[in-house]
Structure formats: C-alpha cells, structure tokens
Design a protein around this ligand. Structure first.
Ligand code: FAD
Length: 496
C-alpha cells in the first residue's frame, strides 16, 4: 500500500496537535472493528508504541493498530471507514518502520496499519532484460538488498539507511548518493499498488498489482574515498555529477569546529598517508568533506585503482586528508546500521531527533554556506550535516516531491540528535531555535529553498511549499481521498 500524492490532513489549528484526549482501549468504543472479517487482527496493546517515532518528539496515540495479513484486511478497514463518511472522524495512517521524525506515521485516535506485518509476503524477483523486484510496501530495504543480492541484482537508488520500509521511503522520495544519476527511489518504481478512498467510492476494490523496482547487476565490491577540501567541495561535486562514468555514489559532509577529525572518522577508513594525516589539524575550522564510492568486481581491482587515481588527480582536496576503504557492497549500503548498533548500546539512538532537510538551489549554495556554517552553526553541530548536489534533469518530475526551481540543487541535511533533558547547546530547544534561524535566513534572503520531508503547522505554509503545484495536489487529494481519511500525520488536510 502506498499512498503517495494523496496523504494528509490539514492542520491550521493547534488543538489538533494536542494529544491529551484519551484513546479507546478496546472494541467496546469502536465495536465495528470486531465485525470486520480479517486475516490479521486489531491490537490495543501497541498504541503507545504506535505513538512513537525516530524523531521522538510527537506522540499521538491511535485507537487501535491493525496488523494486516493481507491487502484485503487493509481495504476492508478503509472501506468500512469510507462508508461511514462524515459521520466518523476516524483517520488511518500506514506505519512502515516508524522512522519519521515528526509524527508523519501517527494518527491521533485513528487507526494505524502496521505495514510490516505484511512483510512475510514473498518477494518476487523478475529476471530478464529489465529485471525488477515485486515487494510488499511493508518490506525493509535491507531485506530487499539481501534477497535481490541472491540473484546478483540490486535496486539502483538507495537511502543512507536501509532499515526503513519500501512504502515509507517511497511516500517521501528516498534520496541518497546515487540520486544524482538514478533519481530518488520513487523514480525507480515501475508500478505501485495503491489503496485509496476513492476506489471505494467508484465501487471498485483494489486488485493487487505489483510494485517493482529497476535493478542493476550487483558488482562484488566497492571502493570509497574521502577527500577534504575547503572550499572547493561544490566544484568537485558538480564536476563528478556531470560526468557519466565518474563514480557511483556522491555525498558530502560539513565538519564544523571539531577536534581530531581524521582520528575520529569511521574506523574502517585508513588514511592514504598515515603520517601526514596524523599531523592534520582540524580544530576550529569548517571543513567540507567529499564522500565518493565506486563499485567494482574483485577481478577488476587493478584497473579500478588506476581509474580512482586518475579521478582523484582531478579533484582539489587536501592530499593528507584522503581516506580510503574497500568493503563489500552490502557493508557499504548498510553502513549506518553499524552506527545505530553503537548508539543503541550507549542509549543514544532513542533520543529526540530534530532533523531538518533542505534543498538549496545551486546558485545560492555559497550564500547559504557562508551564513549557516560560518555564522548560525559556527559553534558546531549536534550530528552529521550532509551536503551534496543532484541533477534534476535525471529525475522524473511527475511526483508530488517539491524541489527548487534550478536543475542542480543541493541536499543539506542537518541530522541532529538532542541530549535528553539538556538545556545547553545540545538540547532540543536550542537545536530547534537554530533550525528556525536557518529557515528564517533562507526565507529573508529569498534563496528559493524547499524542505525535504517537510512538516508545517499552517495551511499557508503548505501552500507556499507546493507553490504552483498546490492546486493539483489539492485536486488529487479530493479525488483519491475525499474525506481526508488517510495519512493524518502529515497534517496537510483536515478530516472531513
Ligand atoms: P514511516 O515513518 O513508518 O512512515 C513515513 C510516512 O509514510 C508516513 O506518512 C506513513 O503514513 C507513510 N507510509 C508508510 N508506509 C506506507 C505505505 N506502505 N503506504 C503508504 N504510506 C506509507 N530519507 C531519505 O530520503 N534518504 C536517506 O538517506 C534517509 N536516511 C535516513 C536515515 C535514518 C537513520 C532515518 C531514521 C531516516 C532516514 N531517512 C532518509 C528518512 C526516511 O526515508 C523517512 O523517514 C521514511 O519515511 C522512513 O520510513 P519508515 O518505513 O520508517 O516510514
């Protein structure tokens, strides 16, 4: 199940955000749930869990959680609610792995559909000239990688972290270091099965079709170089994304005012020149770090090394800061999971995550960097700050993803973690204030910035976000979800 363009609930009223109203705890308050003939079941025990997400800031309790065992379970539930029309206020949110950061997969007093309980559905790999995989929306990308890998195949476009569901990332876009060439994940989908309210209105229940992804031949190993250079990052990145065969993955980081950068870098990386690297001093500086990956088969290692040398000679990094690592393709893609394990052990994974992802037009990236990294964030950051460009000409523009007006734009992701109950600069409130300062600056300087994974409280803000596409979006919503039952956690449309 993937409702892409038609999710959401309008929230211009702050009382909507107040989750103090008690939830129903059993069938007696919503007796019709019991009348549904399901393969799966409803649970009232997990409503607290369903009111949590990775962001750890929004907690809207639902009334019940559906654990579907079939698509029919989902369609029967939505049909029932649709048939009640405006006599009911119940909303429905699909929940993938719950890794949203602002309650997007929550439904206050509504019904949560736990999409992961459909995970058991067999993944079907279709070989042939244009291979693809047919998976459930509740499947985790890590499982897709493992399963397709058995056939020497893999999807082309990824997110940095794979313990997210297919439906969850596709409902946003799914952007990472491969998007400069292959577009976001949503551009690599042949077909989606979507359940919407409107299908019931038209009297036609959904037929399961397959959701598919383009695949690539999986090469054995990859090589990854980290190079650093102030302030030529964008020149190098743009050079790399403009060339067809340069690298397979491009991202970048901003490192602000940190100590001992090279020693603290991922332990799997070795400096090309250990002596010089040990003498490199990063304190008090803002460094831009380019991260690139090249995929290759083990028997191509010599030619690969030669190509890498040639490529590196064209970049303007500080030579002593070159770090390299050779890991398997799976290890590379699943790299964030290693950090997750370490953070969980230290109790630092389930902290508030006031993340902010901005899309900045290429012509404004210097102005943005100067003010944001040089001033607003000059004291440092509370988590990774990613920065990398993509070329929109490679992207399919028929989705509801809103991007800046220019062809090349930068993704700048502030992936902050707040220290629980701190009131200092690593505290939640302080980070939120800084985020707001950045947004205010972008707006005042008229940079034409758009947010990725946005979250707004007022309809005017959503309208400004969608710009000229707002009317089409509203039209689609009223066609496919006329009562605004679905995806209340996005808080764009109010339940009718
Ligand atoms: P959930 O949080 O469960 O749901 C997200 C939204 O999708 C909700 O609105 C929900 O109702 C809807 N939804 C879920 N499943 C379905 C479905 N089957 N049908 C219809 N709607 C559905 N994003 C990137 O683009 N690139 C990255 O590199 C990236 N890295 C990340 C790293 C980490 C550590 C984390 C926590 C997040 C990252 N994200 C990234 C963001 C991530 O893609 C989104 O938060 C995504 O929505 C999470 O997927 P999920 O399965 O947890 O979805």
């Amino acid at each position: 199940l993937c409702s892409i363009a038609d999710k959401s609930e309008l929230c211009s009223n702050s009382s909507f955000l107040n989750s103090s109203v008690p939830s129903y705890k059993n069938f007696s308050n919503i007796p019709w749930l019991e009348t549904l003939n399901l393969d799966g079941y409803f649970s009232f025990d997990d409503i607290e869990h369903a009111a949590k997400d990775f962001g750890n800031r929004y907690h809207f309790q639902p009334s019940a959680v559906l654990y579907p065992k079939s698509v029919a379970d989902i369609s029967s539930t939505i049909k029932y609610i649709f048939d009640m029309g405006s006599t009911s206020e119940i909303t429905v949110a699909a929940r993938g792995h719950g890794h949203s950061v602002q309650g997007q997969a929550q439904a206050h007093r509504g019904i949560i559909i736990n999409m992961e309980s459909l995970q058991g559905t067999e993944m079907r790999i279709h070989m042939g000239e244009t291979p693809y995989v047919d998976v459930s929306g509740g499947e985790l990308w890590i499982n897709v990688l493992h399963e397709t890998g058995k056939y020497g195949l893999a999807p082309k476009s990824w997110t940095d972290y794979l313990h997210l569901t297919v439906g969850g990332t596709l409902s946003n876009a799914g952007i990472s270091g491969q998007a400069f060439r292959h577009g976001p994940q949503i551009n690599n989908v042949y077909q989606l099965e979507v359940i919407t309210e409107a299908w019931y209105q038209a009297g036609s229940l959904s037929q399961l079709q397959h959701s598919v992804m383009e695949s690539i031949i999986l090469t054995g190993e990859m090589d990854q170089g980290i190079v650093l250079r102030v302030p030529k990052l964008s020149n190098d990145q743009e050079y790399l994304i403009s060339s067809e065969n340069s690298v397979d993955y491009i991202e970048g980081f901003v490192i602000i005012n940190r100590t001992g950068l090279l020693n603290n870098w991922r332990t799997s990386f070795s400096p090309k020149d250990p002596l010089q690297a040990s003498q490199f001093i990063s304190d008090g500086r803002t460094l831009y770090c380019l991260e690139i990956a090249k995929y290759f088969n083990p028997d191509e290692s010599d030619i690969m090394n030669q190509k890498t040398e040639e490529l590196l000679s064209e970049l303007s990094y500080i030579p002593s800061t070159l770090l390299m690592s050779e890991v398997s393709y799976v290890e590379f893609l699943d790299r964030v999971h290693v950090s997750e394990t370490k953070l969980r052990i230290k109790g630092l994974w389930e902290v508030p995550h006031p993340w902010m992802n901005l899309l900045i037009p290429r012509s404004k990236i210097s102005e943005f960097a100067q003010e944001v990294f040089g001033n607003i964030r000059s004291e440092g950051s509370n988590g990774p700050v990613l920065i990398y460009p993509v070329n929109k000409s490679k992207w399919n523009n028929r989705t509801s993803l809103i991007t800046p007006a220019e062809d090349i734009f930068y993704i700048v992701a502030f992936l902050s973690s707040a220290a629980p109950s701190s009131t200092g600069k690593d505290g939640l409130q302080q980070i939120l204030t800084q985020n707001q300062k950045i947004l205010d600056f972008c707006s005042k300087a008229n940079l034409g910035v758009k947010q990725y994974l946005p979250h707004y409280g007022k309809q005017e803000e959503w309208q400004a976000h969608f710009g000229t596409q707002w009317e089409v979006f509203v039209q689609r919503k009223s066609t496919y979800d006329p009562y605004a039952i679905l995806a209340p956690g996005q808080r764009i449309f109010r339940r009718k």
